[in-house]
Design a protein around this ligand. Structure first.
Ligand code: ATP
Ligand code: MG
Length: 395
């Protein structure tokens, strides 16, 4: 049987109250009884009622009035109500349904029949609520999915846009950079010449002296800025979908070795523990790009452990069906739950201004997807963050 429930029975006849209470109580229902409509309303407020059985003819408030009052509340707006009546009048029955009743039982009743009908209406009501809840859940899911898709769309568009912008900026950037370099090269000579000039006409050399002192620093600042722009532009360029990724067979362990050589500097405080299954089959793809992913992940890990004692990175690889799974785990601070999605967004960074561009992970995701794989981030209980990517062996 379905879970029992609470039935509120209102009848001014004590005899029929007792009869129903016994008959329904035996079936495991919780029974609340009232001898008038008013009492029924009050008890309904104090209890959590699943279904009402109301006598129609009660002194004071009739069963119909009680039903209307119940359905006017938020709590019982849709709760099923069964009417009990002594009259077998069709008009009366219609009035009962109009007052919001779901069923109509004529006295003298048989408790077994009442019990069956109560059971059926409770079940119907529960199923309706269940399907409403289900429909709501579905709607929420559909909403979320639509939002995710819109987000993915925006990111894809942003990617294309960023790739285009990077390409456009790259040209002027290279001639700015070239010209500044020329200025840097010319400055010592210019400075010398100005010095000679001044010796001839030393009118008011204060401002000029200042400029001559500051100039190397100014040029240095410009060059720093240019380098930073170049780094960002370079990162953005990987968003341009390059047709035909370089494809070659490579061993993930070897690629990791050369990644380690590149980021040795960043990892000098870190113990790197590798656990590679042996032997592992060759992967196909652009090993340089995969190396870039491993470098990004390791450098991120090192940053997350900065200033801590006992800094460790575990790099693991194993075969899983038709794919190779690679993970990079650290014992740093982990990733706050609210950032787990945004870390993949281009320009999302928690590092101080000037330190991170926020492009690293979004580039990693791009590269792994280009290779038909997937990458995800999680936190390891009692440890730091763990990034796992999966590369298919054959495409
Ligand atoms: N191993 C990690 N542990 C904790 N947080 C991490 C880890 N890796 C990445 N993050 C978080 O994700 C953010 C985004 O990383 P991402 O590599 O995209 O950019 P970044 O490291 O900030 O800058 P960039 O890599 O461009 O220099 C980081 O700023 C950091 O908050
Ligand atoms: Mg990074």
């Amino acid at each position: 049987m379905e879970e029992a429930g609470t039935i509120l029975i209102a009848d001014d006849s004590r005899a029929s109250l007792i009869l129903l209470q016994r008959g329904l109580g035996r079936l495991g229902y919780d029974i609340v009884t009232a001898e008038s409509g008013q009492e029924a309303l009050q008890l309904a407020e104090e209890n959590n009622v699943d279904i009402f059985v109301l006598d129609v003819q009660m002194p004071g408030m009739s069963g119909f009035d009680t039903a209307r009052a119940l359905h006017a509340t938020t709590q019982y707006r849709e709760t099923p109500i069964l009417f009990l009546t002594g009259e077998e009048d069709i008009q009366q029955r219609i009035k009962g349904f109009e007052a919001g009743g779901v069923d109509y039982i004529v006295k003298p009743f048989h408790t077994v029949e009442v019990a069956k009908r109560v059971g059926i209406h409770l079940e119907l009501f529960r199923r309706r609520r269940e399907s409403e809840r289900y429909a709501n859940e579905m709607e929420t899911l559909a909403d979320e999915r639509a939002k995710q898709l819109a987000h993915a769309d925006r990111l894809a568009m942003l990617g294309t846009l960023a790739g285009g912008v990077a390409h456009e900026i790259n040209n002027p950037l290279s001639f700015i950079s070239g010209n500044v370099q020329t200025m840097v090269n010319l400055w010592p000579l210019m400075n010398q010449l100005i010095g000679k000039e001044l010796k001839r006409e030393p009118d008011d050399p204060d401002d000029l002296d200042f400029i001559r002192e500051e100039m190397p620093e100014i040029l240095d600042g410009i060059q720093g800025g240019i380098q930073r722009i170049a780094k960002i532009v370079n990162g953005l360029k990987t968003y341009v979908r390059e047709k035909g990724v370089d494809r070659e067979a490579y061993q993930i362990a070897q690629v990791f070795d050369s990644a380690l050589t590149v980021c040795q500097g960043a990892l000098n405080q870190v113990e790197v523990i590798t656990e590679f299954e042996k032997p592992l089959p060759d992967l196909m793809g652009d090993s340089q790009k995969i190396e870039q992913v491993l470098i990004n992940l390791c450098v991120n890990a090192a940053h997350a452990m900065e200033g801590r004692e006992d800094q460790k990175i575990w790099v693991r690889a194993h075969k899983d069906g038709d794919a190779i799974v690679v993970s990079v785990e650290d014992n740093g601070e982990g990733i706050p739950a609210e950032n787990l999605l945004s870390i993949w967004d281009p320009f999302f960074t928690t590092k101080e201004v000037g330190k991170g561009t926020g492009l690293g992970l979004s580039i990693c995701q791009n590269i792994i997807r280009e290779h038909g794989g997937d990458i995800e981030a999680s936190n390891v209980e009692g440890n730091g963050a763990k990034f796992t990517f999966k590369l298919p062996l054959s495409q």
